[in-house]
Design a protein around this ligand. Structure first.
Ligand SMILES: *[C@@H]1O[C@H](CO)[C@@H](O)[C@H](O)[C@H]1NC(C)=O
Ligand SMILES: *[C@@H]1O[C@H](CO)[C@@H](O)[C@H](O)[C@H]1NC(C)=O
Ligand SMILES: *[C@@H]1O[C@H](CO)[C@@H](O)[C@H](O)[C@H]1NC(C)=O
Ligand SMILES: *[C@@H]1O[C@H](CO)[C@@H](O)[C@H](O)[C@H]1NC(C)=O
Ligand SMILES: *[C@@H]1O[C@H](CO)[C@@H](O)[C@H](O)[C@H]1NC(C)=O
Length: 302
């Protein structure tokens, strides 16, 4: 009996008597342009004992400076006026140990946040580092690939036109028209690219993506007319290439449509794949034209 009560006292010392609150071990969280609504800084006590709001007191500091407190007994908040959006994430769950806070993206500053929780005579503190991640909607490498693929499509088109113009007969009107098409596409793509690489998930970056992807359609029908300068009547293979190019465009647009509202965008690879198909088809078309020139016999075959 005596031994049992000693045990009981010892257990008590380890638990409540140690006066130490423990926390879920989350040491860092990141946020970026996609956290448009609110930022959550987690702080979860794992060994609350009294489960009573009245006996709790919270104190949040950033880099050592207090900016938010909550007094459970008086049910009262204090907020520094540079952090007016800060609030408890879930006050109903405070007594379950959820001392996490939320705040708007605008007021969030990267730094070391200290969460201090007091429960009657027990106390504990936990530091969570809030880091700023990427400032971009489309990652730089994704923007680079999308813009690069669109510009490459224009370059390949000009290469086809140039080659055919030299090797075959092409009317001046056609040359000017093809040149204009390439020029128009570039005039739309270049400002679009400038908008796409801007920081943030904004209307500007979304608009930019549209401007880079959409005008590539202008390069699809002219392929038919380029082929027309090579053949009287473009053979089936040429027609298939044109259809494939149109298909690449449709894939790119499907990727665009799904990416536009998303942050982070999950279908960037579809956009890149679609534009990639346009480029590959254009390259194959060019090689095909070169092969035709080298083997003029083919031309005679209707
Ligand atoms: C960030 O937190 C994760 C898990 O919470 C941990 O594995 C990682 O080591 C931490 N990184 C740093 C630099 O503290
Ligand atoms: C930011 O948002 C992502 C998902 O969109 C989420 O996983 C992350 O926890 C958020 N960061 C913070 C600090 O709230
Ligand atoms: C609010 O925070 C800023 C910067 O951390 C500090 O300079 C200012 O004194 C704080 N204001 C109050 C009322 O605590
Ligand atoms: C309390 O938190 C748990 C998970 O931690 C959640 O499932 C539950 O919905 C929360 N309760 C309230 C009232 O928000
Ligand atoms: C947070 O603290 C760690 C360790 O003390 C330090 O390496 C890191 O730079 C701090 N982070 C910020 C954003 O101040």
């Amino acid at each position: 009996m005596w031994a049992l009560s000693v045990c009981w006292v010892l257990l008590g010392t380890l638990g409540a008597g140690s006066a130490q609150l423990m926390f879920k071990k989350i040491h860092n969280v990141s946020f970026d342009v996609c956290n448009t609504t609110e930022i959550i800084i987690p702080c979860i006590v794992t060994n609350l004992q009294r489960f009573s709001r009245e006996e709790m007191f919270l104190n949040w500091k950033i880099d050592g400076k207090e900016f938010f407190t909550y007094d459970g007994y008086e049910n009262r908040y204090f907020k520094n006026n540079t952090f007016l959006s800060v609030d408890l994430l879930d006050i109903l769950n405070l007594t379950a140990g959820v001392a996490s806070i939320k705040m708007s993206l605008k007021e969030a500053v990267p730094g070391n946040y200290t969460c201090i929780v007091v429960e009657r005579n027990r106390e504990g503190e936990h530091v969570i580092e809030l880091r700023y991640g990427t400032p971009f909607w489309f990652q730089p490498v994704e923007s680079f690939l999308v813009i690069g693929a669109a510009i490459l499509a224009v370059a390949l088109f000009l290469l086809q036109v140039g080659y055919v113009a030299v090797k075959f007969e092409m009317s001046l009107l056609k040359k000017i028209s093809f040149g204009l098409v390439a020029l128009i596409v570039m005039i739309i793509v270049v400002p679009g690219a400038a908008l796409l690489v801007k920081e943030g998930f904004t209307l500007a970056s979304q608009f930019g993506l549209g401007l880079v992807v959409l005008p590539t359609i202008l390069l699809v029908p002219p392929l038919f007319f380029v082929f027309q300068s090579v053949f009287e009547k473009p053979p089936l293979f040429a027609i298939i290439l044109i259809i494939l190019k149109a298909l690449g465009y449709l894939i790119a647009v499907a990727g665009l449509a799904t990416s536009l509202p998303e942050c982070p965008p999950k279908q960037t690879s579809v956009v890149i794949a679609g534009l990639g198909i346009i480029d590959i088809v254009a390259a194959i078309a060019f090689i095909y034209m070169v092969v035709i020139v080298k083997n003029p016999v083919c031309i005679a075959v209707p």
